[in-house]
Each structure stands twice: as C-alpha cells, then as structure tokens.
Design a protein around this ligand. Structure first.
Ligand SMILES: Cc1cc2nc3c(=O)[nH]c(=O)nc-3n(C[C@H](O)[C@H](O)[C@H](O)COP(=O)(O)OP(=O)(O)OC[C@H]3O[C@@H](n4cnc5c(N)ncnc54)[C@H](O)[C@@H]3O)c2cc1C
Length: 468
C-alpha cells in the first residue's frame, strides 16, 4: 500500500543512522535531503567543519608546541581564511563520499528536495528543478535538525555580523571578534579564534557558563582562557549592535560598556527546522523553538507512525546522541527490538582546551546526597605530559564512598574527548576505584592520569580490602 517502509527527512546523524538501520533489516527506505549533499548540519556546517577548523588552527598556529617553545611560537606566521578552508573542503569531501557509499551499499535511496506533509503518511517533495513528487510511507522519521537562531535586532550581513553557519565562508580572519552566546558553539569558536591570535570577547546574559559541566572543570577552563587574554563578560547583554562606516561593528552593552570589533559572531541558540514541514497536515505541532516532543524511549511523536530524532527533539543535541536516537527510532518504527542505550554518555566540548565529561558532577553528587570522594590528576604529573610540554590539563574522578563505584569523570585539557571513554566504560560497566589502582596503563600516556587520579581518591577513601 505504501511506496516505502520508512521515509526519513534529513540526512544528518539521526537520519542517516536511522535509514541505514532500517535498510539493514531489509526495509525499503528513502531519505529526503534538501541540502546540496548528504550529511546534514553535522557534516556541512556544524560538527565536522568546526572540528576541522580547530585542528587546522592548532596545527598552523603551533599551539600544541608552545609549552616547549614559548607563547610566541608559530608554525605559520600569517594564517589566512584560505588556509583554514582548504583542509575543510578536503575533509568534507571525504565525509560525504563515505556517507554516499554507506547509502549505496545498504540500498538506501535518497533524493534531493524539500519535504513537507500532505497527510501523516504522505510527503510532498519539491526537487531543486521545481518538480514536485509525492511519497508515501508506513512510517516517517523526522531528522530535520536545527538552524541558527537569527533575531531581528542583529544586523547580519554574512561578513562582519555572522551566525555560526556563515562563519565557514569567512574571507579574512578578523583581528578582533565578539562572540555573543557562551554556549558550546560560542565557546568552541571563541577559543579557536583566540588560538589564532584574534582578540576575542565572549559575552552572555547569564552570570555563569557551561552550567551542566563540573564547576571545578569550568573554573580551570575559564582560568586558562583569561590567562591568554580572552575577555569573558558574563551577566551582560548587547542592547544594540550596529555596523559602522569604517567596516567595524559597535556593540552597546546593558552595563553601559561600548565594544568596537572587526566581527561579531552570534551563537546564542538554534531553532528546530520544522517551519517548512507543514506540521498541521500531519496533526503535529512544534514548540516555540521549533522542537518536537517525543516519547524519550521510542522517539515516537503524538502521531503514532511519525518519529523524530536528533537535534529537532532538543537536549543533548549532539551528533553522537542523534545517531543513537535515529537508530532506536528506526528500529521501533519497523517493529524491531530497541534496547535503551546506557544511562551515561560522554559530552565533548571541542574548545581550546577541550572539555569532556561523563556521569555525575560534584554538584549533582551533593544535590543527590550521595557521599563521595574525588581523585584529581594534572597532566603535568604524567610523563606523557612532560614529553608533550603540557603545563595544563586536569582529570577528575568522582567515586561513591558507599559502593566505591566511579560515578563521574571530568576532564579539561589535551585529548579530553578521547580520554573520557576510559572513564565512560568503567562507569557504565559499574567499575570501582580498584579498577584504576589495580590495572596497568600504557606508559607514558595521558591515560595514566586515570591511575594517578584513582590513587589520589583511593588514598583518601582508605583501602577497604585491607581493612576487611
Ligand atoms: C557549530 C557546531 C558544532 C558542533 N559540534 C559538535 C560536536 O563537536 N560534537 C557533536 O556530537 N555534535 C556537535 N554539534 C551538534 C551536531 O551537529 C548535531 O547534534 C547534529 O548535526 C544533529 O543531527 P540531526 O540528524 O538531528 O540533524 P542535522 O545534522 O541538523 O541535519 C538535518 C538535515 O535535515 C535537512 N532538512 C531539514 N528540513 C528538511 C526538509 N523539510 N526536507 C528535506 N531535508 C530537510 C537539513 O538540510 C539537514 O541536512 C555541533 C553543531 C554545530 C552547529
């Protein structure tokens, strides 16, 4: 009766993982993507571009070597926007090629066009050449993601006042930059540009930032940013933003301060990309931020055959979690068993320095009344840290005093987003402080910090085994 078992709208992490999962289980699947190439925000304007930009910035600036050669050390004296773009284009090509190959190998059909609902089982797709087709499906997975929030009071011009999508089209690197929004995206770009010698000011109306991260980690991170001269103005907002005749931008803050800068990056929020889906035709409604409500276990919307996954359903809005959500949604949609993922997933912030975290923060331990002990290791205590010239970097482990289980791992510093997975495994496999004390770690590695932090906690907790 239907043309497809599953039609997926959007080819980002949630959409492509959902589509491939259903196809692997023998279902007929179509992906509709309005963008020029498959991959979604993740490949074209979000995760991969920002991480490629970061890697290029760190390599060309010689950032990682400065511990040895001093703050003035540079690999390339004049880094241009072109230098950054070159590596980006090569990386994106590789990413898209892999995705297209995955679709072909798994027999996932995909068409380019904008989808909107005709009824709960029918979508109209407007192709690039204007042709309109209709597709029907037993189930529909909405994986349409988000787009930058662009308030009317911001004089966006794509050159001096930009959103995070436009940043990738930069023609020249700014000497100074104001980033509005101290969320993950704002912080990542602020610190990347600061590593490129741009004088960065980060502003946010909230008095604190990264509230979901362990406070001690945020304090260490903030110290490092201020130490390299980044201005962080929290608890203040830009009341007026104006482009000046001399090509600069002026910001008037609510505390009376005036900032003049080469460029403003507005990174304060994103909206679910649901405005063109004609949701009422399917009996659906988005919230004020364009997000869709779903059952958090099945990703089913209020309309039984329509599922939504990825950023369009809100927190945590990560490529990593979106993939899992897409996979689960597709399995439920086609009637396959879908196991809930482990409770604790890692959160990575690819700022300079990186932050990564999994499990409970010290603040959450206190709130929940769980007696705990912490173990801390600084990367400069490890031999690998000496070899790499690291004078920063911190790993913090939190253990329950009652069960001795690891309940939180929090890292700021080089390689944090990779290192966190050791802690994540121990945490989800219900490991205790003894794991770190009794196991051998490769030497010299940064992972050795786990042993140091484990021993630090163990020393304070006492050796239960020897007491028995
Ligand atoms: C600057 C930035 C940095 C990020 N860094 C990280 C990171 O380091 N790690 C991480 O895990 N996450 C990161 N994220 C978040 C990550 O990119 C998202 O969580 C992820 O892309 C969400 O995937 P998704 O499948 O929900 O949708 P998206 O990747 O947003 O893709 C949605 C797709 O749907 C298409 N679409 C929308 N409407 C329609 C329609 N009507 N018809 C057809 N197609 C449509 C869009 O064109 C788009 O291609 C970052 C995001 C940004 C913006």
């Amino acid at each position: 009766m239907f043309q497809y078992d599953l039609v997926v709208v959007g080819s980002g992490p949630a959409g492509r993982r959902g589509a491939i999962q259903a196809a692997k289980l023998g279902k007929k699947v179509l992906v509709v993507e309005q963008g020029k190439r498959v991959g979604g925000v993740s490949v074209h304007t979000g995760t991969i571009p920002s991480k490629t930009l970061r890697e290029t910035a760190l390599n060309l600036s010689g950032w990682r070597e400065r511990g040895f050669y001093g703050r003035a050390y540079r690999v390339k004296d004049e880094i241009s926007a072109d230098d950054l773009r070159r590596r980006l284009l090569i990386t994106l090509d590789h990413e898209v090629e892999v995705l297209e190959h995955q679709f072909a190998r798994n027999r996932v059909q995909h068409i380019r066009g904008k989808a909107s609902f005709v009824d709960p089982s029918t979508l109209e797709v407007v192709k690039e050449d204007g042709e309109v087709i209709k597709v029907t499906a037993a189930s529909i997975l909405l994986a349409v993601g988000t787009k930058p929030f662009r308030p009317d009071y911001m004089p966006f011009d794509g050159k001096t006042v930009l959103d995070s999508d436009e940043l990738l089209e930069l023609e020249e690197l700014p000497r100074s930059m104001v980033v509005i929004g101290a969320g993950v995206i704002g912080i990542e770009y602020a610190t990347i540009f600061s590593a490129l010698d741009t004088a960065v000011t980060l502003i946010d109306p909230k008095p604190t930032m990264l509230d979901f991260i362990d406070k001690e980690i945020v304090e260490d991170f903030t110290y490092q940013l201020r130490d390299r001269n980044m201005k962080i103005l929290l608890g203040t907002k830009a009341e007026k933003v104006e482009r000046l005749d001399n090509g600069k931008v002026e910001l008037l803050l609510d505390n009376g301060r005036r900032l003049v800068t080469d460029m403003v990056l507005f990174a304060a929020g994103r909206m679910g990309a649901t405005d063109t889906l004609n949701l009422p035709a399917a009996g659906l409604e988005a919230d004020s931020r364009g997000r869709l409500k779903v059952n958090p276990e099945t990703f089913q919307t209020s309309v039984p055959n329509i599922y939504a996954a990825g950023d369009v359903v809100g927190f945590p809005s990560l490529a990593s979690t979106s993939m899992e959500q897409g996979r689960i949604a597709a399995r439920v949609a086609i009637g396959a068993v879908a196991k809930e993922p482990p409770k604790y997933f890692p959160y990575g912030i690819y700022a300079v320095p990186e932050i990564s975290t999994c499990g409970l923060t010290e603040e959450e331990m206190k709130e929940r009344g769980i007696p705990y002990e912490c173990g801390i290791a600084r990367f400069r205590e490890t031999s690998r840290g000496h070899i790499m010239g690291l004078d920063t970097g911190l790993l913090k482990l939190i253990f329950s005093l009652k069960t001795r289980r690891l309940l939180g791992v929090h890292i700021v510093g080089e390689g944090a987003t990779e290192l966190v997975h050791i802690g994540q495994a121990v945490l989800n496999l219900k490991g205790t402080v003894e794991y770190f004390v009794e196991n051998t770690f490769n030497y010299p590695t940064l992972a050795e910090a786990y042993k140091i932090a484990g021993l630090d906690a163990w020393n304070r907790m006492g050796d239960i085994k020897s007491e028995l």
